[in-house]
Design a protein around this ligand. Structure first.
Ligand code: B16
Ligand code: MG
Length: 223
């Protein structure tokens, strides 16, 4: 019988709203390149890697063949430098609603906690939020080969926690992330709209609705 032994969190858009900073930094770069950029398009970039995000933006602007690989690396670095200046503002006040209480509940129930982020900046964001002590393991993009929707980052977090995949719950705000959790054979909690989170097993509108009792109830009720 399955039992809830670990909760594995996405970072951007679940623990804190760095998704907004990614949006602002990509928007500035896209507009500099003469490519229009809005929040709707930005949804497609959530959870996917830096380079894949840049490729999608260039394709949107019909400029996918205009740059060499080295030039693309420079553009991605430019976005990241901008992003890094934006995330310098992060303090513990930037934790999304209810997240710290949810982490405390999980910890108190002796359930393991992991972080599965597609961001190479994950460690510095966690440090600024001062929540590193809650996490039993942190897997960031620097240590995985395949980015979401590939399940690798969630599988690796579960392996490092020594928990069977079916006993894990993953929490995500991105379509690519929910797909990664499902492909990992885990129960997916989606934070967001019913449309965007359609493939999740349990959907909440905001992190403030996350409670261990409810997540556990839904997890145990699922096949
Ligand atoms: P970086 P997550 C993801 O983080 C973001 O959702 C995505 O928008 C971003 O492109 C990706 O990290 C890479 O981030 O440029 O900092 O390495 O949601 O998986 O925590
Ligand atoms: Mg996310």
């Amino acid at each position: 019988m399955k039992e809830l032994h670990a909760v594995i969190f996405d970072l951007d858009g679940v623990i804190t709203d760095t998704a907004e900073y990614h949006y602002l930094a990509w928007k500035a770069l896209a507009e500099e390149l003469g490519i229009s950029f809005d929040r709707e398009f930005n949804e497609q970039l959530k959870g996917i890697s830096r380079m894949e995000s840049l490729e999608k933006i260039l394709i949107k602007g019909g400029k996918e063949n205009e740059f060499t690989y080295e030039e693309k690396e420079k553009l991605a670095t430019q976005k990241n430098e901008h992003y890094k200046t934006l995330i310098k503002r992060i303090t513990p006040n930037d934790l999304l609603p209810g997240i710290e209480a949810f982490l405390q509940e999980i910890k108190a129930a002796n359930i393991k906690i992991g972080l599965a982020s597609a961001s190479k900046n994950a460690f510095s964001v966690i440090e600024s939020l001062q929540v590193g002590n809650y996490f039993d393991t942190i897997v960031d993009a620097a240590t995985v080969k395949n980015s979401k929707p590939d399940p690798e980052v969630f599988l690796k977090a579960a392996d490092q926690l020594n928990v069977a995949y079916e006993n894990c719950v993953g929490v995500e705000d991105a379509e690519a992330g929910v797909e990664a959790i499902k492909r990992a054979g885990m129960f997916a909690v989606g934070v967001g709209t019913k449309e965007a989170m359609a493939k999740a097993d349990y959907i909440v509108n905001s992190t403030g609705e996350l409670t261990l009792a409810k997540v556990k109830e839904k997890f145990l009720a699922a096949k």
